[in-house]
Design a protein. Sequence first.
Length: 135
Amino acid sequence: MAEKPQIIELPKIGDRRGNLSFIEGAGKHVPFVIRRTYWIYDVPGGEVRGGHAYRENCEFVVALSGSFDVVLHDGRQEYRYHLNRSYYGLYVPRMMWRSMENFSTNSLALVLSSTDYSEADYIRDFEVFRKEVVR
Ligand code: TYD
């Protein structure tokens, strides 16, 4: 049985000087060892990112600023998440077709990854993905 995507609430330390949240990997808040971090920003209105799956890499996505939708497909079912709070993250298991869309102006998507970047890990054709995942 494949793993399910999951919204994870992060710590939020409230303070009159402002809020502070944090993420620790290796099972503390994110169920993997964090190997790489990247962020997506300056997305023009109406653009869609992603449109691929990873064979091994799993991710944790946080809307550090603004909002956007993460649309996932496990080969059978679609899952749609609207991220708009910096103290919630979405865990995306490996072998999930993933797109990101509806970026608000000035949104900032932080992505934590479990593997180094490798183009060989990507599946960029949905039919190839569907055949590999539904076995
Ligand atoms: P890609 O993962 O296809 O972006 P998105 O899923 O947001 O549409 O990556 C876009 C480009 O950036 C692609 O040429 C690969 C490169 N890239 C890296 O070099 N290192 C990385 O860690 C990532 C995520 C992408």
